[in-house]
Write a protein that binds this ligand. Structure first.
Ligand code: FAD
Length: 409
């Protein structure tokens, strides 16, 4: 369908960039606004699971993934203290056949740069902060800190967990501190060969915490996400610089391989974060404004899906707009019908994974580990973290669903 739409995107993170690229591919005009003065992403890794990779390939980023990504051999669950292997699910050899795409590890900055590559300078304004939303006469406008405003057929809030657009639509409500904080760090492999780090997505599970390690940058660096339960996150900011010593102290008594890795972390690239999430929302859109990514469904990173969901959202929203053309309300209804149930389930199951990974009572641990063993025996390809349903979904088919079941959308 020929469209003459103009879309305003607030926020140029992974979700906003994925939407811009998806709109561009669908031939829909947009302008993106980002409050930071340059596009950028934290120096950390991100797991791109098969569901996200299907979308990235549909957006012609398959070659980029091959170039910048790392294909882990397996997802391996370990006891964080003894190192005992609890499950091992092959990924490299099985994901394309089982889920229709590879499972990649990438550096966030590489992924973000690839998503942004096609955004022309005249379609993005950097260093401009959105302050509010005004809706009137079938149009919406975003207002900005310099007093300017931008009118569009649709404004999309891709402005992250502390979304101003969400506040404007649904009222201000602070995000929920989940009782977890985490360290993120990077170890350059060139400088320090790391024979003790296996080429896997490794989940080290321990009492009241877990650590995930994996290679990024084609194997040139190891990414660390180390999560601890901590009821008293007191920093006003949710991202703060940290140190090797603090990281080591947070995991005293854990396996020697982890301690060795922590000791090699680049001291300039150790951050600690409070982990916040939100409850699923009953509705994302109001008239000509909607939400996407963390602005719509902030979640714990325990299924590695926040960025993946934002990428899926961006693709589906662009396809809905391409399908319904200037009937923006119909496109938004279809977008929400496709996306809200899935993202709500991921939000809630990510919370549940926190409980499973952090068990500390011996009885619970015994039961959990026996279940892993039984599952592994039943089906060696079953994903240890029970995420098959997440990986199977294919956002790139959404157009067929829109066409098949128009009444449902
Ligand atoms: P953001 O990345 O927060 O981007 C929002 C953008 O909007 C920012 O650029 C911001 O500057 C801009 N902005 C904000 N307010 C305004 C405003 N008022 N005006 C203009 N611009 C504004 N996800 C995965 O898929 N896989 C993983 O392996 C994974 N690991 C993770 C590990 C950790 C420790 C954490 C914390 C998260 C992880 N995630 C992962 C989740 C993922 O990082 C986020 O869900 C994802 O980045 C959300 O993208 P977004 O574009 O919605 O929001």
């Amino acid at each position: 369908m020929q469209t003459h739409l103009r879309i305003g995107i607030i926020g140029g993170g992974i979700g906003g960039a994925a939407l811009a690229r998806s709109l561009d591919a669908a031939g829909i005009d947009y302008h993106l606004f980002e409050k930071a003065s340059a596009f950028g992403e934290v120096g950390a890794g991100v797991q791109m699971t098969p569901n996200a990779v299907k979308v990235l390939k549909a957006l012609n980023l398959g070659e980029d993934l091959r170039r910048m990504g790392f294909l882990p051999e397996a997802m391996v669950g370990r006891n964080g203290q003894t190192g005992q292997e609890l499950f091992r699910t092959p990924l490299k050899t099985t994901c394309p056949a089982l889920f229709g795409a590879e499972f990649y590890h990438v550096h966030r900055a590489d992924l973000h740069a690839a998503l942004c590559r096609n955004i022309p300078a005249d379609k993005a304004t950097l260093g401009l902060q959105c302050t509010g939303i005004v809706q009137a006469g079938g149009n919406a406008a975003a207002t900005f800190s310099d007093g300017s405003r931008f009118e569009a057929d649709l404004i999309v809030g891709a402005d992250g967990i502390h979304s101003v657009v969400r506040d404007a639509l649904w009222g201000k409500e602070p995000a929920r501190y989940t009782g977890h904080m985490c360290w993120r760090g990077l170890v350059e492999v060139d400088r320090h060969p790391l024979p003790f780090v296996s080429p896997d997505a490794a989940f080290w599970m321990g009492p009241k915490g877990h650590v995930v390690t994996y290679y990024v940058k084609g194997g040139a660096a190891v990414n660390i996400v180390a999560v601890n339960e901590n009821r008293d996150w007191v920093e006003e900011s949710w991202t703060v610089k940290s140190t090797r010593q603090e990281l080591l102290n947070g995991f005293a008594g854990w396996h020697d391989d982890l301690a060795e890795l922590f000791r090699r972390t680049d001291p300039d690239q150790i951050y600690k974060w409070g982990l916040f999430d939100r409850d699923p929302m009953a509705c994302w859109s109001k008239d000509r404004v909607t939400l996407l990514g963390d602005a719509a469904h902030a979640m714990l990173p325990f299924l590695s899906q926040g960025a993946a969901m934002a990428i899926e959202d961006g693709y589906v929203l662009a396809q809905a707009l391409a399908h319904w053309g200037t009937d923006v309300p119909a496109a938004l209804a279809a977008y929400e019908a496709e996306r809200r149930p899935r993202t709500a389930r991921v939000q809630l199951e990510a919370r549940e994974r926190g409980r499973t990974y952090h068990m500390s009572s011996p009885d619970e641990l015994k039961k959990r580990d026996q279940e892993y063993k039984a599952e592994q025996a039943r089906n060696p390809n079953a994903v240890g973290i029970k995420a098959e349903w997440v990986y199977q979904y294919d956002a790139t088919n959404c157009r067929e669903r829109f066409e098949r079941e128009p009444g449902k959308n």
